[in-house]
Design a protein around this ligand. Structure first.
Ligand code: ZN
Length: 150
């Protein structure tokens, strides 16, 4: 249910695992072991996790920005920024690192290759990112988000 939220949080640089078919007890155990916060819409899961001291954010509503505001409020984030050096892969939560343009020449459309200077690659799934599509579009989103946090 919160897959999009997980993707957004990764872009913002937050290590975000997404599980859609896992038992509550396994999820709680994982969060405890990996010292994660649980973000969920499931009230029971939230209650059970909090019982053993795991920070949880119970998400209400479907508005993307509002959901992130709910997370931010709970864990005291007052400002977000897009930083291509700390962003996580939206698909797999892997670490993104910059890659020399020449190395990905045959892996992106020629138009993109000509127009863009900076490229990043996910260490894990090898997804490629470039400023035009990935980071610039997101600036507006982050601005909106930060306005809501003020
Ligand atoms: Zn990836």
């Amino acid at each position: 249910m919160l897959g999009n939220l997980a993707r957004r949080l990764r872009v913002l640089g937050y290590d975000s695992k997404y599980e859609s078919s896992i038992e509550d007890s396994d999820l709680i155990r994982m969060a405890d072991k990996q010292r994660r916060i649980i973000v969920t819409k499931d009230e029971n899961l939230s209650k059970n996790a909090e019982k053993i001291g795991i920070t949880t954010v119970l998400i209400r509503g479907n508005d993307e920005i509002e959901q992130i505001v709910q997370v931010a409020t709970k864990i005291n984030i007052s400002n977000f920024a897009i930083d291509s050096n700390s962003s996580k892969c939206v698909d797999c939560n892997g670490k993104i690192e910059s890659i020399d343009k020449i190395r990905i020449m045959d892996k992106v459309p020629p138009g993109i290759y000509e127009r863009q200077e900076k490229f990043w690659i996910c260490r894990d799934c090898k997804k490629l990112y470039w400023e035009g599509t990935h980071f610039e579009k997101l600036q507006e989103f982050v601005q909106k988000l930060n306005q809501r946090l003020r």
